[in-house]
Design a protein around this ligand. Sequence first.
Ligand code: SF4
Ligand code: SF4
Length: 221
Amino acid sequence: MVVEGSIPTQAEGAFCTVGEKEEKPLAVLDWVTKLGNHSKAIINVGTCSAFGGIPSGTPNPTGAKAVKDILPKATMINIPGCPPHPDWIIGTIAHVLLYGIPELDEQLRPLLFFKGLIHENCERRHYFEEGIYAKDYGDEGCLFELGCKGPMAHCDVSIRGWNNGVNWCVRSGSPCYACTEPTFPDHDGGGLYGVLDKKSILGIPWRKAERKKPPKPVKLI
Ligand code: SF4
Ligand code: SF4
């Protein structure tokens, strides 16, 4: 079973329904519970089904939960991301079909895609090492002081890129918001824009990975 979206649990799941049964709305909560109990494995696509995501952020009026909270004993793979990268989805499904369940980390994310931290391979890392920090959006420099969570984000888009490698979050000038982590979006009270404790991130290796060159721009007319 593949699930997208967190599961509202307040009001008996009335905040998200799919169709009707015996002329009553059928809650996704009930569907996921029923189908999940008959599934060999569950793939959660996106941070909402994997960890609760934005709907589960404070104050969470719908009682939104991750699928793991609904079916704690089920065999599960999490493909977080807000949004999740298409390569992660296709790659994981292909791996399940061809070879079985891939190796997972402690958050049930495939190590194929979620092994390293953004900060390890970030193209602005030299600014971090030199102490050059952007003070505002659009500035040159490392985005740490604008709340970049690259030092805690397990994700490979600093190498993989989005849209066939055209761009990615930090290159486009946006701090990483660690959208692949279970703490997203509250991040233990710091929220999306809170600055991490710098002392806690010193010592993260710098791998200077080879990057795919972006494809040549397509002439549209
Ligand atoms: S803090 Fe963010 S912008 Fe700075 S090097 Fe790390 S990942 Fe890149
Ligand atoms: S770089 Fe950060 S914000 Fe961008 S996809 Fe990865 S974890 Fe999410």
